[in-house]
Design a protein around this ligand. Structure first.
Ligand code: AMP
Ligand code: TRP
Length: 332
């Protein structure tokens, strides 16, 4: 059986990168896999969070999942902290994870900043909790953006470490699913930095809650170079800002970059940006409207999360129990 697990942190500013790199792909996958989609609130706490904003963020990401087209009946949608098996398994896996593996994680180095000694233990152990999320459900596939590839590799290594230690084939080694024309959406202000929820400039990203005027303004202000759009992918790849906007257009329209260049090669950015604005608004406007309607009924969102947590726990509990038996904590 193939099972998918993936998640987004409820840390505000859900953006086009989250949508095109992750959530949109999940919508396509729900037809072929058993899917579990999580709002990873425990991961959010690895950096300081305002409690009220965290609660609101959890509802907002839930609304975004549903508004984007994830079916809460067919898929399981829940927030991580409601299923305590995640943290229990994380400890057991932490005991199997060599420090050297964590020291290699590039995201920790970015997030910890210069004062690494002041970073929390949770931030450092974050990839182990992520491995626990995936392995708790024995997920076989994990659809994510390019930035999380290293984390999935670590989850595979940890699964292998468990299987070797206890000499059995218990955890499947999860495969990353990274696909689409926008696996790494870059900042609109700097084509070498990824689009991120935490960028201090709101003009660096298009949020799923931005209205038509703001989307238009952000795209108009997006950094570009003075040349017209190129005709070939080779030329495009040398120009990070142009490449990013063409990739976004392609992903929004469900076509390849080549096809975008066939239509826009040789044309200037202002006409391309007008077309991109129309595409972005067409896709995001629809999601924003649905999100707004869902957010107006928080009772419904909370009910989805409660029901999702029950269904998730029903899968998680027997798996955790088996791990506890295998590792000698419980009698089989
Ligand atoms: P996060 O915002 O870190 O909670 O990420 C949630 C999901 O969105 C993960 O699957 C990420 O890989 C994906 N993601 C985040 N930022 C980007 C981006 N700039 N481009 C593509 N995917 C992204
Ligand atoms: N850490 C991921 C992020 O920052 C979110 C996440 C947590 C996740 N657990 C996961 C993604 C398990 C995929 C599978 O985006």
């Amino acid at each position: 059986m193939n099972r998918i697990f993936s998640g987004v942190q409820p840390t505000g500013n859900l953006h086009l990168g989250n949508y095109l790199g992750a959530i949109r792909n999940w919508v396509a996958l729900q037809n072929d896999y058993e899917c579990i989609f999580c709002i990873v609130d425990l991961h959010a706490l690895t950096l300081p969070q305002d409690p009220a904003e965290l609660r609101a963020g959890t509802r907002e990401v839930t609304a975004a999942y549903i508004a984007a087209g994830i079916d809460a009946e067919r898929c399981i949608i829940f927030n991580q902290s409601m299923v305590s098996a995640h943290t229990e398994l994380a400890w057991l896996l932490a005991c199997l994870t060599p420090l050297g593996w964590l020291n290699r994680m590039t995201q920790f180095k970015e997030k910890a900043g210069k004062q690494r000694d002041m970073a929390g233990l949770g931030l450092y152990a974050y990839p182990v909790l992520m491995a626990a999320d995936i392995l708790l459900y024995k997920a076989t596939h994990v659809p994510v953006g390019e930035d999380l590839k290293q984390h999935i590799e670590l989850a595979r290594d940890i699964a292998g470490a468990f299987n070797r230690r206890y000499e059995r084939d218990f955890f499947p080694l999860p495969d990353p699913l990274i696909f689409g024309e926008a696996t790494r959406v870059m900042s609109l202000r700097d084509g070498t930095k990824k689009m991120s929820k935490s960028d201090t400039s709101d003009y660096s990203r298009i949020n799923l809650t931005d209205d038509a005027d703001l989307i238009a303004l952000k795209i108009r202000r997006a950094k570009t170079d003075p040349e017209p759009l190129p005709h070939t992918i080779d030329e495009l790849e040398k120009r990070p800002e142009a490449d990013n906007l063409v990739g976004i257009f392609a992903a929004l329209d469900g076509i390849s970059r080549e096809t975008v260049l066939e239509a826009f090669g040789g044309r200037n950015f202002s006409s391309f940006k007008d077309a991109l604005t129309i595409q972005a608004h067409r896709v995001i406007g629809d999601i924003t409207d649905k999100m707004r309607r869902l957010m107006a009924d928080p009772g419904h969102i909370d009910a989805v999360l409660r029901r999702g947590a029950e269904r998730a726990a029903a899968i998680a509990a027997p798996n955790l129990r088996q791990v506890q038996e295998i590792s000698g904590l419980l009698r089989p």
